[in-house]
Ligand binder design. Structure first.
Ligand code: DC
Length: 219
């Protein structure tokens, strides 16, 4: 199977670009952040603290998380319920970042990610795909952009959706998540030694997709 790993910070454009590139290549697109979000939602639903491992770890024994691919689009199921919309709520972002720092949560989701990659040609995006989950991926890409550019993109996206938010608060949240994701002890966000670095700051979405497809054509 061909496996392509795309890692990078929140808002670098990984999911939009990876989704389109996967379509072009005929691979499935796997958004691993959705798995951490689903764990975060399960903990929030129980009224527990996503930052406390004593709260989070017992929840893992009670839940089942699955990914299903419907017409190539990924849906996330928590105990058989489709939570694909709920995991995108703003509170799910910080919840996901919090639970993702807990080693037991990472171990809980590891086999699921590995088995999808073993059985499918896929483009998998996340934070530790090239470094931990798929160290043997045939292609690893680390997609970045400055926090300001990422906050601006997200700001415009939310404004277009009719749910404007404060830019400064957004920038602060992005910086906080960058810090959390890259300073945790286990599987921190960092490029694999053999990753191709791609800065999406000066590129359009189409250009990023083209670069990914060109790199994939060289595999
Ligand atoms: O990609 P995202 O914003 O949906 O991810 C949500 C959180 O999950 C992110 O803050 C860090 C965590 N995450 C992770 O630790 N490892 C991954 N492979 C994917 C996401």
């Amino acid at each position: 199977m061909i496996n392509i790993a795309i890692d990078g910070p929140a808002g670098a454009g990984k999911s939009s670009a990876a989704k389109l590139a996967a379509k072009e290549l005929g691979y499935i697109y796997v958004d691993t952040g959705a798995l951490y979000r689903a764990v975060g939602v399960a903990v929030l639903r129980r009224g527990l603290d996503t930052a406390k491992k004593e709260d989070v770890i017992p929840v893992l024994a009670e839940i089942k998380i699955e990914l299903r691919f419907i017409d190539g689009a990924q849906r996330v199921y928590l105990d058989g319920e489709d939570v694909s919309a709920e995991i995108r709520l703003p509170e799910a972002s910080m919840a996901a970042s919090n639970v993702s720092a807990i080693p037991a949560v990472r171990a809980f989701l590891f086999d699921l990610q590995r088995s999808i990659a073993k059985n499918n040609n896929c483009l998998m995006d996340g934070r530790d795909i090239g470094t931990v989950v798929l160290p043997d991926a045939q292609l690893k890409i680390f997609l970045t952009a400055t926090p300001e550019i990422r906050a601006k993109r997200r700001f415009l996206e939310l404004e277009q959706k009719g749910t404007p938010v404060d830019y400064d608060a957004l920038l602060e949240e992005i910086k906080q998540r960058d810090y959390n994701d890259s300073h945790r002890a286990v599987a921190p966000l960092k490029p694999a030694d053999d990753a191709v670095m791609l800065d999406s700051g000066d590129l359009t979405l189409d250009e990023v997709v083209k670069r990914i497809c060109c790199l994939a054509a060289e595999i």
